[in-house]
Design a protein around this ligand. Structure first.
Ligand SMILES: [Zn+2]
Length: 472
């Protein structure tokens, strides 16, 4: 803890303990649910060694994040979308000189909105995208609007967590830069999440750095994100997680009904930037579902359960929807973990069309999405980093499992947990608190389960899981 204003520094000891206790018990619940599958689909019996469930711990409310989450305002998010729509079009090739219409006016308004929070470092992230013979007909300046909330802990401030949405919009003709393109849901909704999180989170301090970004050029080929991610890689920026909000405001189902308590979270299981040697290693481990992006998605689900969020993430194990991409992908291509948030059922007739209007965005739903991500970002930015170089030791044939890892560098690390799951299970099922030691022996066969290790701090904030490699 570095400042008195830190969100989780207000967490009482008892709450910290109960939060810690809650996750394994939830994992046991998940395991119980998984075991309800038909017998044929069942994997070996639950492994011994897990801590006992303590159901009393699950009910603790409100949690330490409650004041932060309560500040998220549907009315302000509604106002942000109305303001974005009022620029007529925010097409990447649209007017940049007008003060009232086009992408230039829109980005200036976003910049000023960020700048109302004095603790944010706000800038235009300018790039020139050369003509591409396709959706960029001439050399075009692509400008992302970036607001940085610097981390307060020296050992953690180099780690960056992004939340972003794209502020450009379009109609059916992707080269039409003059017609009205309201883009309320796609992606005024994502930008509204980014602006609201910047507003409420910048009143507090976190160990690691949080970056709030409104991207341009998405509809022309993900150019704002590509240029930013490439530059970040060249500068060796340590980006540990990217939350991409794109189409997150309209929970209605074109087939009828609504999904206003759920959001899809897309993640890939194989790192797209992996070398052939790394792919060979993944094949050997059976690690096809454990890329850092996938661990980030699991982390989102764990935080949602621990914080009892009003909205439930539906994990989708693929990088994005068919025929569409999003701004998390260029980050993944540069080797950074990234996931995409999108509503459960999309109304395609209202996308890239004059019909993408603010009246179809449900501000209460949008605020629930924002609260989920506020909780995820607060956990990510206050937790220690994932333990480096975690391995299962394969020096000899043994029926239990020895593991070791290296220390997470933050000074507030209190200990580590070994986690595991059956090889057929989507999420981590069991955990064992091993305290501050950097090795452990678990009475489970490494042949039958996947192992990971995570760090926790003295407030009970857990890191995302490091999937284990092997070593002798
Ligand atoms: Zn979009």
């Amino acid at each position: 803890m570095t400042t008195a204003d830190r969100t989780t520094s207000h967490q009482p000891r008892a709450a910290a303990r109960s939060l810690k206790a809650a996750l394994p018990s939830l994992a046991v619940l998940a395991l119980a649910a998984a075991c309800a599958e038909p017998p044929a689909a069942r994997a070996p019996a639950p492994a011994p060694g897990a801590r006992a469930a303590t159901t009393a711990a699950v009910a603790t409310r409100p949690g330490p994040l409650a004041p932060l989450l309560a500040e998220v305002s549907p009315a302000r998010m509604r106002a942000s979308i109305d303001r974005l729509v009022a620029f007529g079009t925010r097409h990447t090739l649209s007017d940049t000189a007008s003060a009232t219409r086009g992408i230039g006016a829109a980005r200036e308004w976003i910049r000023r909105d960020f700048a109302e929070s004095p603790r944010l470092q706000v800038s235009f992230d300018r790039h020139v995208q050369p003509a591409d013979g396709a959706r960029i007909p001439r050399d075009t300046e692509v400008v992302n609007v970036v607001a940085v909330l610097p981390g307060a802990m020296p050992a953690a401030a180099g780690r960056r967590y992004y939340v972003m949405g794209h502020y450009d919009s379009r109609v059916a003709d992707v080269m039409d830069a003059t017609s009205d393109a309201p883009g309320a849901n796609d992606d005024g909704s994502g930008v509204a999440v980014v602006l609201e999180l910047a507003r409420v989170m910048s009143r507090r301090s976190y160990d690691a750095t949080i970056v709030f970004m409104a991207n341009a050029g998405e509809e022309q080929g993900l150019y704002g994100a590509k240029l930013h991610a490439k530059a970040a890689h060249e500068q060796h920026l340590d980006i540990r997680g990217v939350l991409n909000d794109d189409i997150v405001g309209d929970p209605s189902d074109p087939a009828g009904g609504t999904h206003d308590r759920a959001i899809r979270v897309f993640s890939g299981g194989l790192p797209t930037a992996a070398t052939p040697e790394e792919i060979a290693q993944i094949r050997k481990l059976g690690g096809e579902s454990d890329a850092p992006s996938r661990e980030l998605a699991r982390f989102v689900a764990e935080v949602a359960r621990a914080e009892h969020t009003e909205i439930e993430p539906t994990l989708v194990f693929r990088y994005d929807r068919f025929l569409r991409g999003g701004d998390h992908l260029p980050f993944v291509d540069e080797g950074y973990p990234g996931v995409r948030f999108t509503t459960v059922a999309e109304t395609f007739a209202r996308q890239h069309a004059p019909a993408d209007q603010a009246k179809f965005v449900d501000a209460d739903y949008l605020a629930r999405v924002a609260r989920l991500e506020a909780a995820v970002l607060a956990h990510l930015a206050n937790a220690p980093s994932s333990p480096p170089r975690a391995v299962v030791v394969t020096a000899e044939l043994q029926s239990d499992t020895s593991l070791r890892w290296e220390a997470s560098p933050e000074p507030d690390v209190a200990g580590y947990e070994v986690v595991w799951r059956r090889t057929t299970s989507p999420e981590w099922e069991q955990s064992k608190d091993v305290g501050p030691q950097l090795s452990a022996r678990v009475p489970v066969s490494k042949d039958d389960v996947f192992f990971g290790v995570r760090a926790y701090d003295k407030d009970g904030n857990r890191s995302p899981v490091t999937f284990t490699g092997t070593a002798r």
